[in-house]
Write a protein that binds this ligand. Structure first.
Ligand code: PAF
Length: 292
């Protein structure tokens, strides 16, 4: 059975107790509203670790004042029902006042990795993510922690935080899970109306366009970017960015540059008021499949 904890000391004791019996600890931080992408993170953790904990916490500090914190889906009971049959050992669902007690003063600020892409459009977002993940890892202790590659910039930032703060954590990036039509899974997909679905697919179409050109040998950043951007702009309400960058440093390439053997293409765009993101690493990830 999955034990559900809301108290810091007892959850930390459960993590310590697993390690004291020589079990390896896997940890999957989430904001709940779990979908098959999260389930894949938990499954991967279960296949690699002896004892697995999932945290469910809608982190207020990573939402901007005009973002969807209030309407973000909160579905704790359904989430636990998804995790239980997968053999997840513990769920940690703390309150906001536990994670951010009155008067807490520490925030984890990440440098240039947090500046491009979503960093420019969501001020403070990655500071909120880095802070809450550091707090959660501080409670769990030595573990392997699992994050989806769909939030590629977040994954790179967390790897950096763990390195820079000497946290005893092995960060594992897990491939993006997609619907059969290619749409990347996201808790925000449940905001989409059925008639929005076709347009939402323009993100993955944009990625495929860049993938195909790259496979044909195209290395000019402008050509790759524009082929992709054209499709996204045609169908989405508003495009925040379609950009190419070094997959490790996240240094953004300009249109007149030419790419090396690996290249991140990342995008964020709105459909109505719903903001969606997607990415692949050209030269590394497979072509996002379309089975229908
Ligand atoms: O990716 C998420 O769901 C969140 O950003 C995370 C890592 C759980 C931090 O709140």
């Amino acid at each position: 059975v999955t034990q559900v904890f809301s108290d810091l000391a007892t959850f930390r004791a459960a993590c310590d107790s697993a390690r004291s019996t020589q079990k390896s600890v896997g940890f999957v931080p989430t904001m709940g509203a779990l979908h098959h992408g999260h389930a894949t993170l938990a499954q991967t953790a279960k296949s690699e670790c002896d004892w697995v904990a999932v945290s469910i916490f809608v982190n207020p500090t990573q939402f901007g004042p005009n973002e969807d914190f209030d309407r973000y889906p909160r579905t704790l009971e359904a989430d636990v029902r998804i995790l239980e049959p997968m053999g997840v050992d513990a769920v940690f669902a703390p309150s906001a006042s536990l994670v951010y007690p009155l008067g807490d003063q520490t925030r984890v600020h990440v440098g240039s990795l947090a500046e491009p892409f979503c960093g420019g459009f969501r001020p403070g977002h990655f500071e909120g993510v880095a802070t809450v993940v550091s707090k959660l890892l501080g409670i769990v202790g030595k573990c392997s922690a699992y994050f989806g590659r769909k939030d590629y910039q977040q994954l790179q930032i967390i790897k950096r935080v763990v390195t820079d703060l000497f946290l005893p954590v092995n960060v594992v990036g897990v491939p993006t899970v997609r619907e059969p039509d290619g749409l990347a899974l996201s808790s925000r997909n449940r905001y989409l109306k059925p008639e929005d679905r076709q347009q939402a697919l323009s993100l993955v179409r944009g990625l495929r366009a860049a993938f195909d050109l790259f496979e044909q040998g195209e290395r000019n950043v402008g050509n790759l970017r524009q082929a992709s951007c054209k499709l996204v702009e045609r169908d989405m309400t508003k495009v925040d960015y379609v950009q190419l960058a070094d997959p490790d440093s996240l240094e953004v390439y300009q249109d007149n540059q030419s790419a090396g053997s690996r290249l991140l293409i990342a995008m964020a765009a709105y459909l109505g008021t719903t903001r969606l993101i997607d990415n692949i690493v050209l030269g590394e990830d497979p072509r996002p499949k379309e089975s229908i």
